[in-house]
Design a protein around this ligand. Sequence first.
Ligand code: SAH
Length: 358
Amino acid sequence: MSLPLVLDAPRRGKPPRHLADLDPAQRRAAAVEAGQPAYRADQLSRHYFGRTTSDPALMTDLPTLSRDRLVATMLPALLEPVRMVECDAGATRKTVWRLHDGSLVESVLMRYPDRVTMCVSSQAGCGMACPFCATGQGGLTRNLSTAEIVDQVVRAGGEVDNVVFMGMGEPLANYAAVSRALRRLTEPAPAGLGIGQRRVTVSTVGLVPAIDRLSEEGLQVTLAISLHAPDDELRDTLVPVNTRWKVAQVLDAAWRYAAVTGRRISIEYALIRDINDQPERAHLLGNLLRGKLVHVNLIPLNPTPGSVWTASAPEAETDFVMILRSYGVATTVRDTRGREIDGACGQLAAASVGEEQG
Ligand code: SAH
């Protein structure tokens, strides 16, 4: 009886190579390799990044006979939508995508009056094991390729102004693919999508060597640190990688990033009732952050299924904000877009896995 299970196990091979994995010179080389003139790569890039289409029928500047083959080699399908959920009267849309090997990832599109933000996944699953996060409970399946990351944005159809790496996965644990994705997202068409560097946010648990590496990329992207606790004793339990890089080391790396890039650091802090929301911790955090180029995003905890933790009481949240502001630290409470569709943090993909298996 166990054999069919083995045969059904998803293949974990490499995703097909896609134009978005390559820089413009590599794309031209790939076109030549496919027996085509190099400029076909530029034509395909204009379709993919400029018009956000991968449909050969729309590529009337390409010869009819080789069009399908060119698209199959350079723009293979990477993401198949398996589920789409909308809320906020259609302003928030979450998509669960199936990858070529059966892995599921999700992205969330959020339309605001003045901007459109896409939240992307950088890994299938996550290895960071934060106990309050739905994705963290299932472990890491694999890294996404550059094109698998970029395609989540392209599939929204060119209306995206902001990209945040706050979906599934730890982006800095998939450094090579993520740093290439940052270039594809920000380079002007036809090299990339032309999204402003300052409109892209990389959110991390605090992998110190990777933060330092990101400082040296010559990019102006926003760095967000998922801090969630000001003291090592508590942070060791909420963000287990803290046992490797302590609060002080993570913040020092963040200040180095701010010094090199001139960018304000975002501090993410999920407020968890009676766990990390005490006034003493607000004071500790205020002391750590006072006078720095920083902004605190307080996130009301989105409880994951089966977890005993819940969001802070409204008064505790207000007190926390007031104490931080008394230190001169810019502080806002994040809106809870998409909560009713398992908005954040891998919950919808987790639910879909459950349904597919159940
Ligand atoms: N691995 C990266 C990015 C993905 S998570 C990181 O940790 O930064 C994006 C943000 O959502 C992180 O700040 C994460 O801690 C937070 N988050 C995860 N689960 C949450 C939950 N249940 N409620 C509120 N925020 C959560």
